[in-house]
Design a protein around this ligand. Structure first.
Ligand code: CA
Ligand code: CA
Ligand code: CA
Length: 300
C-alpha cells in the first residue's frame, strides 16, 4: 500500500465512495425491494379484497335486481289480484243495477204496450164516434137548412095569417055596428034593456041579427065573458014547440049543451025559453019562463 502513488489516493477515495454509494444503493434497493414485496403483497391482498368486494357488490346488485323484480312481480300480481276483485264487484253491482233497470224498463214497456193498445182502441172508438157525429152533423145541417127554409116560409105564412087576421078584425069592426063585439068573424051584442024572450028576439032581428046560437065551447066561453058577474041573458034556445025538445032559433038541434046543475027543470011547468047565466067558469044554461023581463044577447 505504501507504494501507492499520489494518483492512487483519489482513486481509492473514489472507489470508496462508489463502494459506499453501492452499499447505500444496495441497501436502498433492498429496502425498496422489501417494500415492493410488501406492497405487492398488499396489492394482492387489496386486489383479492377488491375482487371479493366486486363479487359481493355484484351479488348485492344481483340480489337487488332479483328483489326488485320480485317486488315488481308481487306488485303486479297484487294489482292483478286486486283489480279483478274490484272489477268483479263493480261488474256485479252494475249487473244488478242493469237487471233492475232492465226489469223496470220491461215493466214500463209492458205498461206502454197496454196503454198503446188502449189508446188504439180508444182512438178507433173515437174515430167511429167522430164519423157518426160527422154523419149526424151533416144530417143536422141539412135538417137545419130545411128548417130554415120552412121557417122562412112559415114566417111568411105567419105574417100572412097575421095580416089576414088583422084585416078580418078590421073588416069585422067595420061590419059590426057600434057597441057590438067581434068574435071569430061574427058580431055580438048584449042589451042594456030588459025584455021577454019574444021581444028580445024581435029586437035582434030588427038589427039584422037573431038571439045567440052557441056552436062551440069557444063561443060559450066568449058569451059568458060578455056578461057581468052572475048576470043572465036570453039566448036563441027554446022548447016551446015540443016540451023537452030544445032547438035553436035557426031550427038546428041542440047537440052540445051547457045546462047548469039541475037544469032544465021546467020549474012550475012553464019554462020554455033558454038563458045563459054567467058563472066563474064557462057559464050555465037555464030554462026560464019566456015572459020574464031580462037582458038578451044578439048574434049576426
Ligand atoms: Ca053562434
Ligand atoms: Ca019547457
Ligand atoms: Ca029552469
Amino acid at each position: 500500500m505504501n507504494r501507492l502513488s499520489s494518483t492512487d489516493a483519489p482513486r481509492a477515495n473514489h472507489n470508496a465512495l462508489n463502494q459506499n454509494r453501492k452499499d447505500i444503493l444496495n441497501g436502498e434497493d433492498s429496502r425498496l425491494r422489501s417494500q415492493n414485496v410488501a406492497l405487492s403483497v398488499e396489492k394482492q391482498r387489496l386486489e383479492v379484497l377488491l375482487r371479493n368486494l366486486t363479487e359481493h357488490n355484484q351479488q348485492l346488485q344481483q340480489s337487488y335486481k332479483s328483489l326488485t323484480a320480485e317486488r315488481d312481480k308481487l306488485v303486479a300480481r297484487l294489482q292483478t289480484q286486486r283489480s279483478p276483485d274490484a272489477e268483479r264487484a263493480r261488474s256485479e253491482s252494475n249487473c244488478s243495477l242493469l237487471r233492475r233497470e232492465t226489469a223496470q224498463l220491461q215493466e214500463s214497456l209492458e205498461t206502454l204496450n197496454k196503454s198503446k193498445i188502449q189508446t188504439e182502441t180508444n182512438y178507433s172508438l173515437l174515430w167511429k164516434n167522430k164519423e157518426l157525429l160527422q154523419a149526424s152533423f151533416n144530417d143536422l145541417r141539412k135538417e137545419n137548412k130545411d128548417l130554415q127554409a120552412r121557417c122562412k116560409n112559415m114566417t111568411n105564412s105567419t105574417d100572412m095569417f097575421k095580416t089576414i087576421d088583422k084585416m078580418t078584425e078590421k073588416r069585422n069592426e067595420l061590419l059590426c055596428p057600434t057597441h057590438w063585439r067581434v068574435f071569430e068573424a061574427k058580431c055580438y051584442f048584449v042589451s042594456t034593456a030588459k025584455k021577454n024572450w019574444t021581444e028580445s028576439r024581435r029586437a035582434c032581428i030588427a038589427e039584422g041579427a037573431d038571439l045567440l046560437i052557441i056552436n062551440s065551447d069557444e063561443e060559450q066561453k066568449f058569451a059568458n065573458g060578455m056578461l057581468g058577474k052572475e048576470q043572465n041573458a036570453w039566448i036563441g034556445l027554446t022548447d016551446s014547440l015540443t016540451e023537452g025538445v030544445w032547438t035553436w032559433v035557426d031550427g038546428t038541434p041542440v047537440t052540445t049543451t051547457y045546462w047548469g046543475t039541475g037544469q032544465p027543470n021546467s020549474h012550475g011547468g012553464d019554462q020554455d025559453c033558454g038563458e045563459l047565466v054567467q058563472t066563474e067558469l064557462n057559464g050555465g044554461w037555464n030554462d026560464d019562463g019566456c015572459f020574464a023581463q031580462q037582458l038578451w044577447i044578439c048574434e049576426k
